[in-house]
Design a protein around this ligand. Sequence first.
Ligand code: B9F
Length: 125
Amino acid sequence: AQKCNLLGQWKNTLGSNMTIESVSQNGEFTGTYFTAVSLTNSTILKSPLTGYQKISEQPTFGFTVNWTFSDSITVWAGQCFGNEKGKEILLTTWLLRSSQKTEQDNWIGTRVGADTFTRLTKSKS
Ligand code: B9F
């Protein structure tokens, strides 16, 4: 299998952008996330992310984004795959937790979905 490296800039199929700025020796990583969608009128802001990856060729990983513009939190779990041409892809499943007023409303608090990320390559200006 080809190597897959989480460091760098990624975009998903929604058009969201993610930058993984550093990965430490033990696989802990940090970065920023800019979502293309939010379902609200509130201004979208860059939000911090932190997570862990396995130290392996095609690592499994998990990370959390703490949305700076809402009470919500999203977590992603997935794996980094590299193909024969050296192209890397992140296949993930996410849970988006939004704050509920009461325990009785808990049932509606969690959305689930999938995101696919590929490398963001700078376009010429
Ligand atoms: O839309 C979310 C939000 C939370 C409270 C008001 C708005 C925050 C952004 C989530 C972005 C999701 C998608 N973007 C992406 O790249 S995270 C998973 C997807 N991948 C609307 C009302 C309550 C919850 C959502 Fe809200």
